[in-house]
Design a protein around this ligand. Sequence first.
Ligand SMILES: Nc1ncnc2c1ncn2[C@@H]1O[C@H](COP(=O)(O)OP(=O)(O)OP(=O)(O)O)[C@@H](O)[C@H]1O
Length: 242
Amino acid sequence: MIEIAHLTKSFRKFKALDDISLEFREGQTISLLGPNGSGKTTLIKSILGLVTPDTGVIRINGEETKTRWEYRSRIGYMPQIGRYPENMTIGQVLQMLKDIRKDCKVYDEELVRDFDLQAVKNKMMRSLSGGTRQKVSACLAFLFSPDILILDEPTAGLDPVASELLKAKISRERAMGKLILITSHVLSDLDDITSHIVYLQEGKLVCYKTVDELKESTGEEKLNKVMAAIMQRNVTQRIPVL
Ligand SMILES: Nc1ncnc2c1ncn2[C@@H]1O[C@H](COP(=O)(O)OP(=O)(O)OP(=O)(O)O)[C@@H](O)[C@H]1O
C-alpha cells in the first residue's frame, strides 16, 4: 500500500531522514516511535507530500507520489496541532470541508456522534479547549473514509473517555483493512491498537517489526516495557523490513 525506498531528507546540513526504506500494507497499524527529533513527523510529511525528499521514492498503491497528487484524497491526516479558520464554528468547518470534497458521497460521522460534537457545533474554533480542537481534528481525519490514516499524536490532550473512543475507532478501521500510521509518545495508548513498530533514531531506521515479535524477543508484555528493553539493549543493527 505504501512503499518507501531509500528516502533521505536534509534540512541544510542536518540529515532528518537517512536512507529509510519501509513497506506498509492494508490492515496494519504502525506505531512510529523514536525520541524527539528522530524524524517521525518528517517521514509523515514526506508521505503526505508536505516535505519534498532529497532522494528516494514513495509509492502509494504502486504510484509514485512525486508525480501524482490525487493519492492525497485517500489519506486522512490528523496533525499534531490542527490549525483552522478561527472565526468559524465547528459546524461551519465540518461543512466547509464537506463542500470542498463533493466527490465523497457518504461521510463517516461516527466520531462526530461518539464525541457528541453536535452539542458544541456552534462554538467558535478560537474558543475551543485543546482537547475539543483535537476531537475536531480526529473527526476530520476520518470524515471521508480514507484508506490510509496518518495520526500524529492523536490522543494528546484528549480526556480518557475521548481517548478510548478514538482508540476503539482506530481498531474498527483497522479491522476493515485500513492502513493506520500513528506517532505517539504515550506508549500505553498504543498497546491495544498497534500491529507493527517502526523505531527511528537520528533519522535512521533502527527497527521495523511486529509487536508480537518484539514482545517475544524482549519477554515483555507492555509496549513501554518492550521499548525500554529495546533502547536499553541499544539495538543498532538494521532489522530487515517485512
Ligand atoms: N522545516 C524544518 N527546517 C529545519 N529543520 C527541521 C525542519 N523540520 C524538521 N526539522 C528538524 O528535523 C529533525 C526531525 O524533526 P521531526 O519533526 O521529524 O522529529 P520528530 O521525530 O517528529 O520529533 P517529535 O517527537 O519531537 O515530534 C529535528 O531535528 C528538526 O529540528
